[in-house]
Structures are given as C-alpha cells and as structure tokens.
Design a protein around this ligand. Structure first.
Ligand code: ADP
Length: 729
C-alpha cells in the first residue's frame, strides 16, 4: 500500500515521504484496512521493529489534524524519553488546524502529586502508565480532551507489578472518553484476540518483519537452524565468544543475554579480551572518548570495570548502571562503536537496540521461590526479536546455547517452535485492588459497592474471569479502607479527605496505614524510625538479606531497639528476616543522606549506582507522603520527615541544603565548598572566584556564579582564573 494513497493531511504525507517512507509494511496496511485512519480501535500484535510506532503516529496525527489531542502511554521512563524525542520531530508539521504552528509534544513522568495542567497545550503527551493514573487521580482537566490513546507494550497487563495500574487506567480512560480511539501495541502474545476483544479493537496479528529473523541453537561447533547449519570457528574455549568473533568478522554486532548481573559483567570482561584484538584504530579512538565520559560520570569501582570493557569494545547493561552510563552504552552501541553488549533480560523489554546477532547464553533466570527457572516464551521472543537492524543488516540471527543434543531439541520445541504464552490480568489480588478501589471512588467512577462491581466488570480481569469470586476481595478492601478512615458510608461510599489525600499521593493505602500506625506506636522518633517506616511499606523495594547480613543488622537493631516503632518477634523467622531486610534498606538510604561516598555504599550493600538512585527516588516519594500524612494528622514528625525528604533528594546532610539547592552543584562539590568555609550563597558571593575555581574547577565555578546571578569573564588561557565578577544588573 502506497503511503500516498492514505487519507492523511498533505503535510503529514510530505513528512513521511521526506523521511524515505513510501510504502506501508504489510501489517501497517492491514491496520489501515481495519480502520486505523477512520477512528477505529486497533490492537497491533506484531514483532518489534515492524512499524508499530508508525501506526500510532498516523492515527495521532490524523486526529490532531482534526483538532484532537493524543496521549501516548509507555511502561518505562526511558521509553517515554525515546518517544518524546521522536515525536518532537513533528514540530515541523503545521497541520493548518487553526493553530498555525507545528505539532507540540509534552512529556509527563515526574512527581505524582501534580496535575501538570501546563501540559494541556500540547497535541501529544507522552506519559508512563503510573503517571497517567496519577494525573487521572488528581483530576487533570486536559485528560477529558484526549481523542487518541496509544498504549505501548499492552501485554504488560500480565505483569503483577504494573499490570493492574495499566488495566485500571485504561478502564477509567475508556469510561471518561468513550469516543476516544485506542491504539494498543503489543508483542506477539497467545491471546491477543482476547485483549482486542476487551478493547473493542480490530486485531492485526502478524509475524512479519522487515528484516529476516533466523532462530537457531548453538551446539557441537555449529549454529543449527531448522534445515541448515553454520560452522563457527573455535578460537576460544567459550562458545559464545566464538559466536561473537564470527559475527564481528562479518561486520555485525552482538547482544548477549545472561541470567544475572554478575554473569553479564563477567562475560563482558572475558569477551572484551578477544574482541579488542579485532578493533581498528578509529574505533579504538572512538571508544576511548566514551571511556572518558564513563569515568567522568561515575563514582564507583564498577565505573572502572565498565570503562575497561568499553575500551575493549564490549559493555554490560543492567539496572545497576547509573542513567548516564546506560545512555553512553546504548548510544555507543547504536553508533557501532561498542560491538557487544552483555545484558540481563531487562534490556529485552522496551529499548530499541537491535543487533545482527542475539546470543541467549542463558535461558534461565533466578526466581526467589523456585530457584533457576526457564524464561517464558514471550520473553525469549522479545530477546530473539532484537536480532537484525532494519535497513542495515541483511538478516538477523538469534542463537540459544545448548550443552547437549537433547537440550538442543528441547530448545527448538520449547522456544523456537513454541507460541508465546497467553497473558492474564493480575487485578484479582487484594493488594492490587485496594489501591484502585480507593482511586475509583475518589475519582467518582463509582460510589457504592454495586458501582464498584460495575466498574470492575469493565476491566480486562472481568473479561477473562468470572467476577463473583471477587466480591469477597472487594468487601475486604472496602473494610480495610473504612477501618483506616479512607472511606465512609454504607450504601453510598465516599472518600474521606484523608482517603483523597492518600489517593492523590499515589501511595498504596496499606503504605499510608503502615506509616501512620508506625508513627502512633513509636515512642522515640528519630531519623531511623521514619526511614524504617518508609522502607516497611509495600511501595518500597527492599534489599535482599544476604548470608552474613543477619548478624550485622541484628546487632544494629539491638543497639537501636528503642528507635523502631515495632520489632517483630525474633522467633517468627520470616517476619523477623523481612524486618531485617527493611532495616538494611533504611540503612542504605541513611548512608546516602549522610554523604557516605557512592563507592562505599555500592560495595557494602553490593548494589550499583542505578540501584542507589532508584531506592533514593522511591524513598523520597514515600517520605514526602509520610510528611504530608503526618501533617494532616497534626503529628509533630511531619517537619522531620519534610527535612528527610529534601535530604534524600540531594543525598546530603542538613547543613548543605542551601548549597545543593543551586543548580549544577551536587553533594560532593557542595561539601567541598562548605568545608572550606563557603557555607551559604552569601559566602560564595563574597568569595574570591579563584578560590571557588580551585575547589570545584573553573568551569563549574563559572556556572555556579552565573547561577547565583554574578557575571563572569573567564580567561580561557588560565585554568585557575575564573575572571572578575560583577553583579548582574
Ligand atoms: P516498532 O515500533 O514496531 O518497534 P518502529 O515503528 O519504530 O517499529 O519502526 C522501526 C523502523 O522502521 C523505524 O526506523 C521506522 O522509521 C521504520 N519504518 C516503519 N515503517 C516503515 C515503512 N513502512 N517503510 C520504511 N520504514 C519504516
């Protein structure tokens, strides 16, 4: 189907022709035939890189040309930025829809307790599903103006963590804007028809890909495909390294999936020793410049390991990396400087990072209940689907690695020839329902038990299951919410002001109850008390208790016993161990706000910088909630929690709060200034610029002074000279 034949505005057509898109891919053409441009709902369950985003773009732009507004929902923040960057290219499209300007795009991923009304002037708004849920809860006005909703990665309805939020958010949006067009994008899943049916959408289901994908299993010196084999030269003892060398010699790149972080780091190091021998001079130079940036942006020992790998042309990628490192690795790979990325399975979901060959070195993953378990077919298909860069590689290959003939046969049967699993709603659990029942009542989508059941009838859960079994769970949730003063009434249910606040803060009602209950019970409230309360909530991610931790943390608990709101009975093993894990998590965040160096925290808790930032971010939001809840209850701990919230944000002690508040001055530089007697903005104003330059570097000193309104002339010839300063008039 020619793109010229589509019923889209001339400006949109020209935009795509200019970017070299002339013909639609077959699944795209099918979506058009099913009414994509006529406002019909569509579920596209097609492989990655088969043009799903383009489908969504066409629907959004068509709707915007008629005065509409689009909401693009993604599961991850990293994906939100990726889409935001892409859609910003539409600023050159003037749709002549009376607005006399290009298409405007906004992104909303930040604080939960805000409406982001300012975003309403955009034509496309990109948001995570959690943020969308929170915008709905906060009654954001522009939500009602949405005419097109795109849901990316809708198969995540199956995720125990994120699925229920996505499901309830979609249900609310459908109720709020019944005329809205929904475009849902999904990986290929077993029961795509069921999701399509729920959404009232036409289904486009296809295995078509723009680049051929060959799926094989390495065994006995060959990559074995159905019907053919490829011999791999054995220059190393490690099969996966041999496959990598073969790919590189052919001009390709590799993505390697490993079961754990530690294995992915280890493999990236080992592979690097061989890969480096194949690098030419220009590539080495390009890699050296990435190495420099890695070292500039890292504070831990792990940065040095990453730098060493990158110098050799390999890298590892997992959630422990800080965001700067993640981006450097991704960009370096996209630009074909880094040749190999070794990753945990997290990379398979979402990020657009294709490679000629994907090697699945381990198809097992650790599960805390069952030990090492084979990954689901859906996950395998997502990893394999990363093989082959459209328009760049002649084909893509995915390779599983087997140790025996029997295992190879099994891998063919269980993965390559298998269909992806069905997905299942996870909304039925009490901990998922509790929070959404409260928000459903707060937002006025229901105001009685019957109304709640009616709302639930509209969810994907009800589409898949009988809901009579859910009555009891709903009743338990209502009882819980009443007991904790979040709901009131019998026939007519109303949220209390407190319930409203809990919903707007976006915390699980159980988290709110846990924190307040803890405040009531605590006798001697200290920073530790509050930090532990935050780490005790179901919204926090707790660290694992490793062997060796027990004794250490137990000793700590004994010496600080009076500071905890409650200590479970030590003889109830699981309760007590869970408690110790909460304390361990609290100790990490306390180390962070007491300015313990990143590298020390990383080593003693065995976590990466990315983990520390993630835990800080979660605890900041929960501490903010604790402070707000304590304040409405008139509890004196509100101020202490407010200060802790700020300290978590900056990772610093109270005396640095003024300095870290200046943009561009992190906790390390602020500490250097403070310890040299520059304790306030006023001190800095009065100080000799050369002294400031010596402390934090000339460039940063210049920026700092500009930031506080001082005009600086810097002499570039003299690195120690930050010039003379005058007040900006
Ligand atoms: P997905 O969202 O399914 O991963 P994208 O929509 O991002 O895939 O498409 C992958 C790449 O293919 C993009 O670079 C996009 O511009 C390109 N593409 C999409 N549709 C077409 C088409 N019909 N013709 C040529 N290139 C296309």
């Amino acid at each position: 189907m020619e793109i010229r034949s589509l019923d889209i505005p001339e400006e949109v057509l020209q935009f795509y022709l200019d970017s070299g898109i002339e013909k639609l891919y077959p699944p795209q053409a099918e979506a058009i035939e099913k009414g994509l441009l006529d406002g019909k709902n569509i579920l596209a369950a097609i492989p990655t890189a088969s043009g799903k985003t383009l489908l969504a773009e066409l629907a959004m732009l068509k709707s915007i040309s008629k005065g509409g507004k689009a909401l693009y929902i993604v599961p991850l923040r990293a994906l939100a930025s990726e889409k935001f960057d892409r859609f910003r290219e539409f600023s050159s499209i003037d749709l002549k829809n009376g607005k006399d300007r290009g298409v405007r795009v906004g992104i909303s991923t930040g604080d939960f307790e805000s409406r982001d009304e300012w975003l309403g002037s955009n034509d496309i708004i990109v948001a995570t599903s959690e943020k969308t849920d929170s915008l709905l809860r906060n009654g954001t006005a522009w939500m009602e103006e949405i005419t097109t909703i795109v849901v990316d990665e809708v198969h995540l309805l199956d995720s125990a963590n994120r699925g229920p939020t996505l499901e309830v958010t979609l249900t609310k949006l459908m109720k709020l804007n019944p005329e809205c067009q929904i475009i849902a994008l999904s990986a290929t899943i077993g029961n795509a028809y069921e999701v399509a049916d729920w959404l009232g959408a036409g289904l486009v289901r296809s295995e078509w890909r723009p680049t051929d994908l060959r799926e094989g299993v390495y065994y006995g010196g060959n990559i074995n495909f159905r019907g053919s084999q490829k011999l791999i030269a054995a220059s190393s003892k490690d099969d996966a390294i041999n496959i990598i060398l073969d790919t590189l010699e052919d001009g390709g790149q590799c993505l390697v999936f490993e079961s754990s972080r530690r294995n992915s780091v280890g493999f990236a190091r080992r592979a690097g020793a061989k890969v480096s021998q194949l690098l030419d001079r220009p590539t080495r130079d390009a890699l050296d410049s990435i190495v420099e940036q890695v070292l500039e942006n890292g504070e831990t020992e792990a940065s040095k390991v990453l730098a060493q790998c990158i110098r050799n042309g390999t890298a590892f990628h997992h959630a422990g990396l800080n965001s700067a490192h993640r981006r450097l690795v991704e960009d370096g790979f996209r630009e074909n400087k880094i040749k190999v990325i070794c990753s945990t399975p997290t990379l398979a979901a979402g990020l657009n990072l294709p490679a000629r060959r994907v090697i699945i070195r381990s198809y097992k993953r650790f599960d805390s209940n069952f030990g090492m378990q084979p990954i689901p077919v859906l996950e395998y298909k997502q990893m394999a689907g990363r093989a082959g860069r459209p328009h760049l590689d002649p084909y893509g290959e995915s390779v599983l690695v087997a140790k025996s003939y029997g295992e190879m046969q099994q891998l063919f049967d269980n993965y390559i020839d298998a269909d992806a699993e069905d997905i299942w709603s996870k909304l039925g659990a009490e901990n998922a329902l509790r929070t959404h029942i409260l928000s459903t009542i707060v937002n006025g989508f229901a105001n009685a038990r019957d109304g709640l059941m009616e709302f639930i009838e509209a969810t994907f859960f009800a589409h898949q299951n009988d809901t009579w079994g859910l009555m009891e769970v709903v009743d338990d949730c209502i009882d819980f919410l009443k007991e904790h003063d979040m709901l009131k009434g019998d026939t007519r249910l109303v949220a209390t002001p407190f319930g409203n606040l809990v919903s707007m803060l976006y915390v699980d009602p159980l988290s709110a109850a846990t924190m307040l209950d803890g405040l009531d019970k605590a006798e001697n409230i200290t920073e530790l008390t509050l930090m532990h309360l935050v780490c005790k909530t179901p919204d926090m991610r707790q660290l694992y208790l490793r062997s060796g931790d027990y004794e250490l943390i137990n000793d700590f608990v004994i010496t600080h016993a009076e500071e905890f709101s409650e200590i479970p009975n030590q003889f109830k093993d699981t309760d007590y161990e869970w408690f110790l894990a909460e304390v361990k998590t609290a100790l990490l965040v306390l180390d962070w706000i007491n300015e313990r160096p990143m590298d020390d925290i990383s080593k003693s808790f065995n976590v990466g910088e990315g983990d520390i930032h993630a835990l800080a971010e979660l605890s900041e939001w929960l501490m903010h909630s604790l402070s707000r809840l304590a304040r409405v209850r008139g509890h004196p701990a509100a101020d202490m929690a407010g200060m802790l919230e700020k300290r978590i944000h900056y990772g610093a002690r109270p005396e640095l709060m003024e300095l870290v508040g200046i943009r561009g001055i992190g906790r390390v530089r602020a500490r250097r200034l403070y310890d040299s007697g520059l304790k306030t903005v006023e001190d800095i104003r009065k100080a000799d610029p050369a002294v400031i330059g010596k402390l934090i570097g000339t460039k940063t000193a210049g920026k700092l002074l500009r930031e506080i309104g001082m005009h600086i002339d810097i002499d570039p010839g003299n690195p120690d000279d930050v010039g003379s300063k005058t007040m900006d008039s």
